[in-house]
Ligand binder design. Sequence first.
Ligand code: ACO
Length: 425
Amino acid sequence: MSKIATLEVDGQKIELPVITGSENESAIDINKLRDLTGIITIDPGYKNSGSCKSEITFLDGELGILRYRGYSIEDLAEKASFLEVSYLLIFGELPTAQQLEQFETDIKKHTLVNEEMKNIIDGFPKTAHPMGVLSALTSALTAFNPKAVNVDNEKEMYEAICKTMGKFLVIATWTYRKSMGYPLNYYDNTKGYVENFMHLMFQLPTGPYKANPIIVDALDKLFILHADHEQNCSTSTVRMVGSSHAGLFASISAGVSALWGPLHGGANQAVLEMLEEINKDGGDTEKFLAKAKDKNDPFRLMGFGHRVYKNFDPRARIIKKAAKEVLETLGVEDPILEIAKKLEAAALEDEYFKSRNLYPNVDFYSGIIYRALGIPTDMFTVMFAIGRLPGWIAQWKEMRENKEPIGRPRQIYTGHPLREFKSNK
Ligand code: ACO
């Protein structure tokens, strides 16, 4: 039997339908609320508001569960490849061997980026943050691919998806090459997608380059862990921008900007900078824990806390284990890892963190692996963006296919009432 919520405002009683998802989460459908009562709801930060129905990702923040299309993140990280997971997220089912091969072949048809894009990248100072450059370059792709994709045409959608997967990886690595003053590199279609990331980043004209397969495997896993996370800040941005029927590149460019912030994807860079600062300061984790708890100090323990997870972020568990394995296999001894472990153990025992359900999130350990893999700190959030790309595409596609209306929240105005104009000049 379908559930009903009853709301009473100023003596007027109305009934609102309650919808239930496939994992039994419930939501009061307030679609008709304003029409029926003249009032709206308010929920800054959307802590209690669902923006859409979605079949892509399920997460339970209390139990620490994350699933893509019904498959657990633990299974996917262990048994699948990043392109396989990308296909799953975007098209809804795991690909057959033939579908996966075709997907990779079709992405390779779009791995050349227009040479004129190099003029745009040349205009940026070398010191520009790679996320700013990536957002601008992704947006610029629209200029070189101006034809709007017909979302009702399966073939056109598929081509747009392959194009985005191919070109985004290349321009993401160009942001690094530019910052180093290296010549921009080309995708090598004889190599796999994740291996190409390493090739694009580090292969120089002065000699051959062979990516370390341990590093490629670790990156593949990291990209899977970042691939989607339902309606987070950047994904909601992608859906919101796309809801005006702005194109895929423009929507993703906005998602990159949203991801950049230190409260979201930018936290992975902030974590490493914080750990380095603690290390330089002599490694006193208690001192920094105290700073994080001090309400008069703006310092926060980066990589701790999450809007949705009030339990261990399942991705953090996998990354912590992977960080240990990768560092051991590569023979890297990093004092930063010891500081991270000490900080984590102390925070997990601390009443401040316990009472607020603050646990390590995905970013707490990811930077340590990236560092061990030779990825520069400035590029950490770009790594996140590469991993998140299939999730953004899947969510944009779902939003358009569901014919969702333009995103347009309301507000409660708290400014001046009507005033008579009198010049202050
Ligand atoms: N360090 C210290 N205190 C914290 C932290 C932290 N990292 N995170 C939250 N708190 C405290 C807040 O001060 C607040 O305390 P109060 O109730 O006494 O005022 C309480 O915990 C709740 O925090 P909110 O900011 O209200 O929680 P919200 O859900 O809005 O924020 C967020 C979540 C932004 C992730 C926050 O925990 C944070 O800033 N963490 C650090 C940045 C970070 O790691 N971001 C990455 C998130 S994962 C991702 O985006 C991929």
